[in-house]
Write a protein that binds this ligand. Structure first.
Ligand SMILES: NC(=O)C1=CN([C@@H]2O[C@H](COP(=O)(O)OP(=O)(O)OC[C@H]3O[C@@H](n4cnc5c(N)ncnc54)[C@H](OP(=O)(O)O)[C@@H]3O)[C@@H](O)[C@H]2O)C=CC1
Ligand SMILES: C[C@H]1O[C@H](OP(=O)(O)OP(=O)(O)OC[C@H]2O[C@@H](n3cnc4c(=O)[nH]c(N)nc43)[C@H](O)[C@@H]2O)[C@@H](O)[C@@H](O)C1=O
Length: 315
């Protein structure tokens, strides 16, 4: 990408899209195009075609998607499969029709089998059954990967697909019904501290393990791969280290400064027992994560204090 290349960051107000936008801006890219979902609904194929017709986009970061935590995925499976299939199909096809030079598709590590050997290598895709709580979303993501591969083979496009592990950072979703675990814990411990609540409820048994990557690191990896990777194979993006949810809760509790107890609510689903990615391929391409979980948690909590607390009081 050149500094003046016309780059569309789809989903620029979200956790990932906003981090990609910040990363591009910091690196001096000055021709970045954005649209909110109300300005351009990416599920509308004709609107997407009109947009590409008008804008002469050269590069696409596809960070617009229907995204949510374990319970949202479980309760709204139709929305997750439909919206994601529509958004990615429209974007992948329109990018081909309007000669986009390169597109980066964001998948997720839920594309790997529920009981895949750990750490999960890229070649484990489609080798076993998926985790039921997010199967429809994972199948949409797998379709996206296969569409990118197929367009590359048949039409000679340059599409790359990356599989980030669980993410957190500025502009995360703090809605307790639909969020992922880390923003949920930040909010729950903060509110429990403010209200002197005796305990915080953490979903599931606390035993599952997850790997957490700070969104600014993920964005840096995406921009790096856009410039340095052209293969048809997917690339994992992670830190190569995971942590039990119970232990994560204790870390968040410390960062927030809450003194009460933690209770586990085992009526809520645990999901995949473990989800750690093998980052050997990413490292061999020359990129490694730089933010530790401890640093990232402090940053994320400060962002929450500065940007979300007042908003949540009015909800
Ligand atoms: N969060 C995570 O832990 C992980 C995320 N990913 C992937 O990263 C990508 C981005 O996720 P994340 O940033 O967390 O998600 P967010 O929910 O934070 O942001 C998604 C963005 O997509 C946009 N969007 C949603 N629907 C539409 C639509 N119909 N038309 C146009 N835009 C739309 C929204 O735009 P607007 O704000 O304007 O409404 C929103 O800003 C997704 O592909 C996700 O699968 C992968 C692994 C982990
Ligand atoms: C990124 C990834 O994200 C999702 O998969 P997930 O990793 O299972 O997601 P999660 O962050 O919601 O939960 C992780 C673990 O944490 C536990 N947990 C405890 N307490 C809370 C809590 O308060 N909220 C939430 N959400 N989880 C909690 C929860 O029970 C589970 O054991 C999918 O959308 C999937 O499609 C996807 O791609």
């Amino acid at each position: 990408m050149k500094r003046i290349s016309k780059i569309f960051v789809a989903g620029h107000r979200g956790l990932v899209g906003s981090a990609i936008y910040r990363n591009l801006e910091k690196k001096g890219y000055n021709n970045i195009v954005t649209r909110t979902s109300s300005e351009l609904d990416l599920r509308d194929y004709n609107a997407v075609l009109d947009f590409f017709e008008q804008e002469n986009i050269e590069y696409v970061f596809l960070a617009a998607a229907k995204v949510g935590g374990i319970v949202a995925n479980n309760e709204y499976p139709a929305d997750f499969i439909r919206d994601n299939l529509m958004i990615q199909t429209n974007m992948i096809d329109a990018s081909y029709k309007y000669d986009v030079k390169k597109l980066l598709f964001l998948g997720s590590t839920c594309i790997y089998p529920k009981l895949a050997p750990q750490p999960m290598k890229e070649e484990y895709l489609l080798t076993g059954e998926l985790e039921p709580t997010n199967e429809p979303y994972a199948i949409a993501k797998i379709a996206g990967i296969k569409m990118c591969e197929s367009y590359n083979r048949q039409y000679g496009t340059k599409y790359i697909s990356v599989m980030p592990t669980n993410l957190y950072g500025p502009r995360d979703n703090f809605d307790l019904k639909t969020s992922h675990v880390l923003p949920a814990l930040i909010r729950k411990f903060h509110e429990a501290k403010e209200n002197n609540a005796p305990f915080v409820e953490v979903w599931g048994t606390g035993k599952p393990k997850r790997e957490f990557l700070y969104s600014d690191d993920l964005a840096d990896a995406c921009v790096y791969l856009m410039d340095h990777y052209e293969g048809n194979e997917i690339v994992n993006i992670g830190v190569g280290k995971d942590i039990e949810i119970g232990e994560l809760a204790r870390k968040v509790k410390t960062v927030v400064g809450y003194k009460g107890d933690i209770k586990f609510d085992s009526s809520k689903p645990d999901g995949t027992p473990r989800k750690l990615v093998d980052v050997a391929k990413l490292e061999s391409l020359g990129w490694t994560a730089s933010t530790s979980l401890e640093e990232g948690l402090k940053e994320a909590y400060h962002w929450f204090l500065d940007n979300e607390v007042e908003k949540l009081k009015t909800v």
